[in-house]
Design a protein around this ligand. Structure first.
Ligand SMILES: Nc1ncnc2c1ncn2[C@@H]1O[C@H](COP(=O)(O)OP(=O)(O)O)[C@@H](O)[C@H]1O
Ligand SMILES: O=C(O)[C@H](O)[C@@H](O)[C@H](O)[C@H](O)COP(=O)(O)O
Length: 195
């Protein structure tokens, strides 16, 4: 493998995947563990997009374009060394490339989950705007990021703590504490990290 790819250590990450895969849960836990800021991507959808999803209407590329630009701009505004965790479905390659345009050291944590498990989680989740009828569309839209540079693929069925440990293990050499200076304590490599 190219050493530049092997040595790539993100200073910002996107926790990505279909609805229900655990982006918000894992993103929040990673942000706390790393002392990095958390950007919840769903908070930046337009009201029209939220209404569509609530009504069970899938977003189009056009619906997502402005949202991705907003997220990319937020990444661009980070100061060097200022870590950030962004939760964003980032289902297609071109969506991920829009985000990459905003940050040179951007990594992606892909929480891989199958359709049945994602559907079960979305159905059971109380009080969320996302309609379970859209889960199939999420899978139809998804282009796996496996093989793209700066991507870690994790099994979304693993316990939350295990997922967070895997992310920290990946980031450890560059991760900073809340002050942005202290290095994280190295984490022992774990099983189940599929990247
Ligand atoms: N690793 C996990 N194992 C089991 N359940 C999980 C895990 N991660 C998240 N969940 C649960 O799955 C549901 C969807 O999680 P959420 O973080 O809202 O996903 P997303 O933000 O990707 O839609 C929630 O009820 C959450 O508690
Ligand atoms: O691009 C999209 O179609 C949406 O962004 C979608 O992928 C995302 O999953 C929703 O925002 C639902 O929110 P949750 O992912 O938190 O369920």
């Amino acid at each position: 493998m190219d050493s530049a790819i092997q040595d790539f250590r993100p200073t910002a990450i996107v926790v990505m995947g279909v609805s229900g895969c655990g982006k918000s849960s894992v993103g929040e836990a990673c942000s706390k563990a790393l002392g990095w800021a958390l950007l919840e991507g769903d908070a930046y959808h337009s009201p029209e997009s939220i209404a569509k999803m609530r009504d069970g209407i899938a977003l189009t590329d056009a619906d997502r374009a402005g949202w991705l630009l907003r997220l990319s701009d937020l990444l661009r505004q980070r100061q060097p060394g200022e870590g950030v965790v962004l939760t964003c479905s980032a289902l297609r390659r071109k969506y991920r490339d829009s985000l990459r345009a905003g940050h040179a050291q951007l990594g992606f944590v892909f929480l891989a989950l199958d359709y049945q498990d994602a559907l079960a989680r979305v159905r059971e989740r109380p009080g969320h705007f996302f309609s379970p009828t859209l889960v199939a569309d999420q899978f139809a839209t998804l282009e796996s990021p496996a093989g793209e540079p700066g991507v870690r693929v994790l099994d979304a069925r693993l316990p939350l703590d295990t997922l967070v440990a895997a992310v920290l293990d990946w980031l450890a050499p560059q991760a900073c504490g809340p002050s942005g200076r202290e290095p994280m304590t190295p984490i022992t490599p774990m099983t189940g990290d599929t990247a």
